[in-house]
Design a binder for this molecule. Structure first.
Ligand code: UDX
Length: 445
């Protein structure tokens, strides 16, 4: 099938390459000419495991191409909208400029019988609004919402092996009143896109537009709540001398709770969870349901408090002030296996410490470049060893494997003072203390 993917960021680039892998003929469209040029040559414009190999393979097969010209999407039967919905500058709401612009640019090119499938995370009600635009321009086209749940760092695997597929289809009335198009045709087209092997053994949930939009934000809100719950427990653990990692293991054994997403530490960041819970609160306010989501404000504030706590701990370890202290920061990305620094807790802590007068040297296996663009005054090092030279304090803020595997004895020979704060609770306190380190963590005695 001919498919177009509009927006070639973390979501769209992976989706386009994955759809080509399934055998479809895919054109990726993006307004950023530099990105398109790189992608067209099979180069990934950001770090994502498995993506470079997949891109090169699919571009070479001739099934995958990229363009800045939306008119090149004209022959496609399914158009996936994958553009970003970042937080607006002066409010919690999602900035819908890119989604609106993408759909407006696309509609003149819609073929009769084609489908627009939204993947971006959007405020509930967006699909209905866009459906009107679509059917107005092409009465024989349809619009579905088909949320994506991929995690950065595992994006290729998550796209090719999803744990569920959700279709938000137009109302049955769409056939008669025209809005959103024919749901049966929309479903058949999506089935054709996700034909085996992708859909084999994967549960397909068919619902309406609004529910599909909500599935995504509800899932992200739940995940954020789970992380903030354990981080709230971490604060209580600190107050009592208890160990939050043991607590998480113990409560996580209850299958109703589950151990995943119960890692206490510096909290969540990235381009999704923080802005999604804020946009959800904002949308609920517009709908008169703000009380229902007031707990998300607490989830957000527990999360932001983690960063403050880390800075406070660092100050405490430096004897009350960080001014002039050499601090090595391990990690800049918002999570390991990513070069994404959007709303990164690690980068935020590093920047705060520098603003307070510390001499910060930061290192990340992949995110140094993006971090330097976001916070150019920081000093960057290529390796943890280089960052740690002469350090009086080391902060582990993103749990990359190479940081987890540091040998406390050899690493101890590089630093000035053997003092570490484990912001992700991934090091073994006993091993580090045995090697002469002062080890501190969030929520551990
Ligand atoms: C998230 C959702 O998981 C994904 O389904 C959705 O499509 C997009 O948003 P992502 O932002 O890529 O994906 O990363 P994720 O693995 O969810 O981690 C988010 C943040 O939470 C990271 O900063 C991570 O360090 C933090 N986190 C995660 C914790 O602090 N503790 C945990 O136990 C898990």
């Amino acid at each position: 099938m001919r498919i177009s993917v509009i927006g070639c960021g973390y979501l769209g680039a992976v989706h386009a390459a994955s759809m080509a892998k399934l055998g479809h003929e895919v054109v990726g469209v993006d307004t950023d000419a530099t990105k398109v040029e790189a992608l067209a040559q099979g180069d990934a414009p950001f770090f994502e495991p498995d993506l470079p190999e997949l891109l090169r393979e699919q571009v070479a097969s001739g099934r995958l191409s990229f363009t800045t010209d939306i008119a090149d999407a004209a022959g496609a039967m399914v158009h996936f909208v994958c553009v970003g919905t970042p937080q607006r500058k002066n409010s919690y709401a999602a900035d819908m400029t890119y989604v609106d612009a993408a759909v407006e640019a696309l509609v003149p090119h819609l073929a009769p019988g084609s489908l627009v499938a939204g993947k971006s995370t959007v405020p509930v009600g967006t699909a209905h609004r866009l459906a009107e635009l679509v059917t107005e321009a092409q009465p024989d086209a349809a619009l579905a919402w088909n949320p994506e749940f991929l995690r950065e760092g595992l994006a290729v695997r998550d796209t090719l092996h999803p744990d569920r597929i959700v279709y938000g289809l137009p109302d049955e009335g769409g056939v008669s009143n025209g809005v959103g198009g024919d749901p049966r045709r929309a479903e058949a087209l999506l089935d054709e896109v996700y034909a085996t092997p992708l859909a084999e053994g994967v549960t397909k949930l068919v619902t309406d537009h609004a529910t599909a939009e909500l599935v995504k934000v509800a899932a992200n809100s739940f995940l954020a709540t789970k992380i903030s719950f354990i981080n709230a427990m971490s604060e209580v653990c600190e107050a009592t001398g208890a160990d939050v990692t043991a607590l998480a293991d113990a409560i996580g054994m209850d299958v109703r709770i589950g151990r995943k997403f119960l890692n206490a530490g510096l909290g969540f960041g990235g381009g999704c969870l923080p802005k999604d819970i804020r946009a959800f609160m904002s949308r609920a306010g517009e709908l008169g349901a703000d009380q229902a989501l007031s707990f998300l404000a607490e989830v957000d504030s527990i999360n932001m408090r983690r960063r403050v706590r880390m800075v406070d701990l660092a100050r405490e370890e430096c004897g009350g002030s960080v001014v002039g202290h050499r601090i090595a920061v391990l990690g800049a990305a918002f999570k390991p296996n990513s070069d994404d620094v959007r709303d990164s807790p690690a980068l935020n802590v590093a920047a705060q410490l520098q603003l307070q007068g510390a001499d910060v040297v930061i290192t990340d296996p992949q995110a140094n470049g993006n971090a330097a663009k976001a916070w150019p005054t920081l000093n960057f090092a290529e390796t943890p060893e280089e960052a740690a030279e002469g350090a009086e304090l080391v902060l582990l803020l993103t749990e990359w494997q190479v940081f987890r595997e540091l040998d406390p004895a050899t690493f101890g020979q590089i630093v000035k003072t053997r003092r570490i704060i484990d912001g992700r609770n991934v090091l073994d306190p006993v091993t580090w203390r045995d090697a002469g380190w002062t080890y501190r963590a969030l929520g551990r005695p």
